[in-house]
Design a protein around this ligand. Structure first.
Ligand code: NAD
Ligand code: ZN
Ligand code: ZN
Length: 351
């Protein structure tokens, strides 16, 4: 059933936290029962991959591992018992690699918080490799008409931004702040406009803010201290006439979190999506007396994925991508860490 069982493939692996990835030839994995083998066509590089390679978070992946959770490819082999996926189909192997399907969270379509969830490119090997083994029940089904390279950023950055915006509960005509206009944020601006929201984009880089303007942002604020005449919180509160109804923080930077809470309107919701390691101070009186909600949001469920992809098929959302070969991964990581990637790098695999 698995023709490539004895072959080798190229993969970029983390062997030690904080060290460059190692490009090497490893065995092509064999799909077990319920699993599929995917030949990678494209894989986006998410800032989460940097956190993963850095060992930034309390829950650490086992070493060595292959990062990448925006992998898109063609199904080339099926393990026993697979019925939900066909050979030759184009699928995405997302961060939510699998879940138990039976706990209280899975039953409520909250599978990203399942205690038994596995994470692609983290607790399971991911898309920085020519082949990926995936769970047939949790892959994203890529609609016809969406190229692999365009789909790649949508299966993490896209679904996370879209779900995070829904979690703000901002309604059409209301303001949202999107803090961090990188891979997630440049898609969040487009989803928010398609959802009828007014967008105030916040970043520390003027180039990212100009890009947000081109994507339809109604206002932009540079959060770098000294870049504005006043402070960024005051600037946002002025533009939005009292703060945004929803705030989505994608910035992988702790100062953005306290600022984001300050940018939230009374009775508004501040959704935390960026995951820089650490904690941030919360002004309790302001949060309580203004009835502000602070909420975490972690990727999205499988239905959110279908909806997030549908915006792209409808032509309302398109990732801005820069193609690079797998062999360039370490220089891509260096640029991403410095904020020098304009939107999203997608690793392009030869057919
Ligand atoms: P990215 O590097 O592409 O973009 C980050 C952007 O934030 C850049 O434009 C940068 O200039 C900007 N920025 C940096 N400091 C800032 C500040 N103080 N204020 C405003 N903007 C600032 O990163 P990405 O791939 O978009 O990922 C962003 C974060 O989201 C990462 O921490 C990642 O791990 C996290 N993430 C979370 C989820 C989730 O499910 N919650 C999913 C994907 C990614
Ligand atoms: Zn991601
Ligand atoms: Zn579960």
């Amino acid at each position: 059933m698995n023709k490539q069982a004895n072959g080798k493939m190229q993969a970029a692996q983390v062997e030690q936290f904080g060290q460059p990835l190692v490009l090497k030839q490893i065995d092509i994995p064999t799909p077990g029962p319920g699993q599929i083998l995917v030949k990678t066509e494209a894989c986006g590089v998410c800032h989460t991959d940097l956190h993963a390679a850095g060992g930034d978070w309390p829950l650490k992946p086992g070493l060595p591992f292959t990062p990448g959770h925006e992998g898109i490819g063609i199904v080339t082999a099926l393990g026993d018992g697979v019925t939900a996926v066909r050979l030759g189909e184009r699928v995405g192997v997302p961060w939510l690699y699998s879940a138990c399907g039976h706990c209280e969270f899975c039953l409520a379509a909250q599978e990203p918080v399942c205690a038994k969830a596995q994470f692609g490119g983290y607790t399971q090997n991911g898309g920085f490799a020519e082949y990926i083994v995936a769970d047939a029940n949790y892959v994203a089904h890529i609609p016809a008409g969406l190229a692999a390279r365009d789909a790649a950023p949508l299966i993490c950055a896209g679904v996370t931004s879209y779900k995070g915006l829904k979690e703000t509960q901002a309604r059409p005509g209301q303001w949202v702040v999107i803090s961090g206009i990188g891979g997630l944020g440049h898609l969040a601006v487009q989803y928010a406009k398609a959802m009828g929201l007014l967008v105030c984009a916040v970043d520390i880089d003027d180039g990212k803010l100009e890009h947000a303007r081109r994507l339809g942002a109604d206002a932009v604020v540079n959060a770098k201290s000294g870049a504005n005449s006043g402070d960024p919180v005051a600037a946002v509160r002025q533009v939005t006439d009292g703060g945004a109804h929803g705030v989505l923080i994608t910035a992988p930077s702790l100062p953005a979190f306290k600022q984001g809470v300050g940018m939230t309107r009374k009775h508004g919701c501040c959704v935390l999506v960026g995951i820089p390691p650490g904690e941030f101070p919360t002004p309790l009186f302001d949060v309580v007396a203004n009835c502000i909600t602070i909420r975490g949001s972690f990727v999205g469920n499988r239905r959110d994925m279908v909806e997030a992809l549908a915006f792209a098929v409808a032509g309302k959302v398109k990732a801005d991508i820069e193609l690079q070969p797998l062999s360039a991964i370490n220089s891509v990581f260096e640029r991403l860490a410095k904020g020098e990637v304009p939107s999203r790098v997608v690793l392009d695999f030869p057919a």
